[in-house]
Design a protein. Structure first.
Length: 380
């Protein structure tokens, strides 16, 4: 395998590789035969035993949660291969299942994906250091990108913010509650102010941690056809080089059942979008591997669905991408509302599995092409 010139490990996440010259040599040997692969795994079992044992348990859990992985008969061999891919490529156990590595052992195939672990490092070296705290704080992000949200948002961080909380409630009878420290849709609630005790609600939530309240995004009728209960947002990943906004991939996320959340990590499904024209070009898939030609609730077919006013969506994404200096590699979430396309949120390190897994095509070659241009420009 060709040397990975952009390899690195982010300090933001737990150590997943023993990055030593011997490990690098051993990993290259592991690529050549099953014998050396066993030696590579034994190396980690001995020298990173606690992580290895914990990883084995997490791998088994990932297998039980995914349809394709559950179908593999030799679970012990599967767990070992998952641990190998974690250390060798930085592939999380969930992504191992989503990308169907169990049935694709080719070194070229496995190395073509932008891995869960390496993605953190790429964002570290490409984005301005000020971008991370901005995009991990939902309220700070709103304050900076307010013009793109087109809705009211209030942040609550301490007990003294109760007055702002009640002022927001006076204008919005229904709203979205989001804990600031969560991701993937976890903790989000749709709240009806007429059905809660405002004092008790605020006291309970502020005790649990900082949060924001958002005015509801009223979904446009065109996208609500697929699933009216959720927002059905789009994830668009951009790479900015010298003022040019390049789209790495785009995905439509759709909710299911009575859930207001469209996040795949919260039970939703997702399908690939052709970024040039806004046409959905694949069936949808869920994190557990279920494939949907049609939405299970509404019966609308995913493939061939055209997202409305896509030129406007692209204009919004490009304007947001250039709005602040240093947002080189960012995942933008946008939604089509009764006010047109609006920003939902931005992610310094957004999940890439949803832009690589539908077609089972990795984005590393494309990413490295833009990275070559980026570093060539800043070093010239």
């Amino acid at each position: 395998m060709q040397k990975d010139i952009y390899f690195g490990m982010s300090s933001r996440i737990a150590r997943w590789k023993l990055n030593t010259p011997f490990e690098k040599w051993l990993s290259q040997k592991a690529d050549t035969s099953s014998f050396w692969k066993r030696i590579y795994l034994y190396y980690y079992c001995i020298f990173d035993h606690k992580y290895y044992v914990g990883g084995a348990k997490m791998a088994q859990k990932a297998i039980s949660n995914h349809i394709v992985a559950r179908a593999i008969s030799d679970k012990a061999a599967l767990v070992k291969d998952m641990i190998y891919c974690l250390h060798r490529f930085g592939i999380s156990f969930q992504d191992y299942c989503i990308y169907d590595f169990a049935n694709n052992s080719s070194l070229e195939y496995r190395n073509s994906f932008v891995s869960d672990k390496l993605r953190y490092y790429y964002c570290d070296i490409l984005n301005d250091p000020a971008i991370l705290p901005l995009m991990t704080n939902k309220y700070a992000c709103y304050q900076k990108y307010k013009k793109f949200y087109k809705r009211d948002v209030v942040g609550c961080f301490k007990k003294d913010d109760e007055a702002d909380f009640k002022l927001f409630l006076a204008s919005h009878s229904r709203f979205i509650y989001k804990p600031i420290g969560e991701h993937s849709g976890h903790g989000i609630e749709l709240v009806d102010s007429e059905k809660i005790d405002a004092d008790q609600f605020f006291a309970t939530k502020i005790k649990a941690g900082s949060f924001i309240l958002e005015e509801l995004i009223i979904q446009g009728k065109e996208t609500s056809l697929m699933h009216p209960q959720s927002i059905n947002s789009c994830r668009v990943v951009t790479f900015v080089v010298n003022g040019d906004v390049n789209i790495m991939g785009a995905t439509w996320r759709v909710g299911a059942g009575d859930s207001i959340k469209d996040n795949a990590g919260s039970g939703g499904m997702y399908a690939s979008i052709n970024p040039s024209n806004g046409e959905v070009e694949t069936d949808a898939i869920s994190y557990n591997g279920t494939i949907y030609e049609k939405h299970p609730d509404t019966g609308y077919r995913f493939k061939g669905f055209h997202l409305p006013e896509w030129d406007t969506a692209l204009s919004l994404v490009k304007e947001m991408s250039l709005y602040l200096k240093g947002t080189t590699l960012v995942s933008w979430d946008i939604a089509y509302s009764n006010k047109g396309w609006v920003m939902v949120e931005a992610n310094d390190n957004g999940d890439w599995s949803i832009i690589q897994s539908n077609k089972k095509v990795g984005k590393k070659d494309m990413l490295y092409l833009y990275m070559d241009r980026y570093f060539s420009m800043i070093n010239s």
